[in-house]
Ligand binder design. Sequence first.
Ligand code: FES
Ligand code: FES
Length: 148
Amino acid sequence: MQLSVNGALHEIKSSADTPLLWVLRDELGLTGTKYGCGKGICGACTVHLEGSAIPACTVAAADVQGLAIVTIEGLVPAGQIHPVQQAWLDAGVSQCGYCQPGMIMAVAALLRANPNPTDADLANNIGVQCRCGTYPRVIRALRTMVGR
Ligand code: FES
Ligand code: FES
């Protein structure tokens, strides 16, 4: 099995039904993608599949062969910072940080699809749970990014 991750093709030894999350973390060492619920609920494992945000815990590795997978490590080239990451730094969003890779991947995908989201779009489309309750700072950072 081969997977395209962060622009490179990888030979994968994990069994075909292994969730993508564990291929990324355990086989490829891309530990920025986090495990939370394992059930597609919390969003900690959010990655991009063909540009859309998906929970990596719910898809089998075999089902994403031939599709472009991007993790937080590949969101921008090494040494660069994504505008969402810069906005997060400016607003001091992160607390413990555990949910933040998934949150940033979800927001990056949302803004690519909809560069001028309403507050309702923001509230309804960032399905990442944050136990630290960073939501007010998330909304503040997002409003700054979209010029409100
Ligand atoms: S670990 Fe994948 S959605 Fe929670
Ligand atoms: S920053 Fe701690 S869980 Fe979100």
